[in-house]
Design a protein around this ligand. Structure first.
Ligand code: PA5
Length: 424
């Protein structure tokens, strides 16, 4: 399902030299003995997931089918990015079927919030609010606004089934509110942190409500669990990728640029940036995760990558089979001089752009490239890919010596903001 190619990575250390460290970190992940071990529930989750809750997700999505035009998903960070990344990768940016999905609760932009309120005026809506802590300010602020909107428009009784809460099983403000209002509730497991929660109700419920086959997605996660369960660097490509990025960081590269070649993959890059940035960027360590979408960004950041400061390497995230190919039409007059492409598939043009850029950046530009190629953009492939990156990220962080599962740095801005906002 995933092919890893390190032949352009310009590694100046031997991967195998890391085997002992990798085996030790593999134990920490699997035996729950490393830093942050209370949060490694995601490792066995593809098998150990809550089956009763999974069936309830499917049942609810079937029950509500056809009752809404717009699904509002209210959450931020790990309670937002996974579902959005999946939807865009699987359905594209202008999906032919399923409801419109609008993400709220991820910004204080009053302009955005106002425009969403206006946009949904004549559409049937339901809302899934997602917050593990139940207190995240962006989410709580938007939720109050949209809850009041739904109650005013449909009445309190109808709002009860139009609002669904995903939060902690036992505690928190959202849990208490939701109990009181009588919303259907789904749980974020105690031992799985936000950015590792795509395979829980956090990701699965909005995806099921949007019509994505979540059974298939979980099958992909299980396949990846099998593929990446060995500690051997000869067999485990997720660990190989983790070691390669560590070697490049040790050689002086400060940033990893995640490169996609389809606009509908830019949210995968955002999800990846959160996963690696929040997990690894602590105690003065970590690679800065950045991203571009080529060929669009070859006309902006491409200059920097080719010719600028040699602070970064690229990780290409490619998908072998993307749907809806187009054959480039011939034109008798050829006024635009484009007939050299007549009869060619646009996918082929994109591939040649990728191959040309790979050669320009690695040869003339001397920029190391790691290639990760996924088979297709199906739910199964998405599930597989997410688990690959989870495993790679956990390993990467343990190789640096940081806790992959906390985010103490995020609290600093919150304290200062709360003081300014007058929060007790
Ligand atoms: O990965 C994380 O833990 C964070 O990005 C959280 O998901 C994010 O801060 C949202 O938190 P919560 O779900 O508690 O609202």
């Amino acid at each position: 399902m995933i092919k890893l190619d390190l032949s352009y990575a310009k590694l100046d250390e031997d991967l195998d030299a890391y085997q002992d460290k990798v085996s030790e970190a593999h134990k920490w992940l699997h035996e729950k003995t490393g830093k942050g071990s209370d949060y490694v529930g995601w490792v066995e989750w593809p098998y150990d997931y809550d089956k009763e809750e999974f069936d309830r997700i499917i049942a609810l999505s079937e029950k509500l089918k056809g009752k809404y035009d717009v699904l509002l998903v209210c959450g931020i960070g790990g309670s937002y990015l996974g579902a959005r990344a999946a939807l865009e990768m699987i359905r594209g940016l202008f999906p032919a079927d399923g409801p419109e999905v609008i993400f709220i609760g991820n910004t204080f932009s009053h302009t955005y919030i106002s425009q969403v309120l206006k946009h949904i005026e004549d559409k049937e809506v339901i809302l899934n609010v997602i917050s593990k802590s139940g207190t995240t300010t962006e989410t709580a602020l938007a939720f109050r606004i949209f809850k009041q909107y739904i109650e005013k428009r449909y009445g309190k009784e109808e709002a009860r089934w139009r609002i669904i809460a995903t939060t902690d099983k036992n505690k928190g403000t959202l849990k208490e509110l939701s109990d009181k209002e009588g919303y259907e509730e789904f749980a974020v497991p105690d031992d799985i942190g936000g950015r590792y929660s795509v395979f829980t109700a956090v990701g699965l419920l909005p995806l099921a409500l949007a019509g994505v086959d979540i059974r298939e997605l979980m099958e992909g996660a299980r396949e990846a669990h099998e593929a990446y369960k060995s500690d051997s660097l000869k067999e485990n490509d997720a660990y190989k990728y983790a070691v390669a990025r560590r070697i490049l960081n040790n050689s002086g590269y400060k940033s990893e640029m995640f490169v996609t070649y389809h606009l509908q993959l830019t949210m995968i890059a955002e999800w990846w940036k959160q996963l690696f940035g929040e997990s690894e960027g602590k105690d003065g360590n970590g690679l800065l995760p950045t991203s571009v979408c080529y060929s669009t960004d070859l006309h902006s950041l491409g200059q920097f990558v080719q010719d600028g400061n040699k602070c970064l390497f690229e990780t290409l995230f490619l998908i072998e089979n993307m749907p809806l190919d187009i054959v480039f039409p011939d034109d008798k007059e050829n006024l635009d001089g484009m007939n050299y492409l007549s009869g060619k598939n646009i996918s082929w043009v994109n591939e040649m752009a990728m191959k040309g850029t790979l050669s320009a950046h690695t040869e003339e530009g001397n920029v190391p490239n790691i290639l990760i190629t996924l088979k297709d953009n199906s739910p199964r492939a998405f599930g597989y890919m997410i688990y690959f990156f989870f495993k790679a990220c956990g390993m990467s962080c343990y190789l640096v010596g940081v806790n992959p599962f906390n985010q103490p740095g995020v609290e600093v801005y919150k304290k200062k903001m709360f003081k300014l906002l007058g929060k007790e």
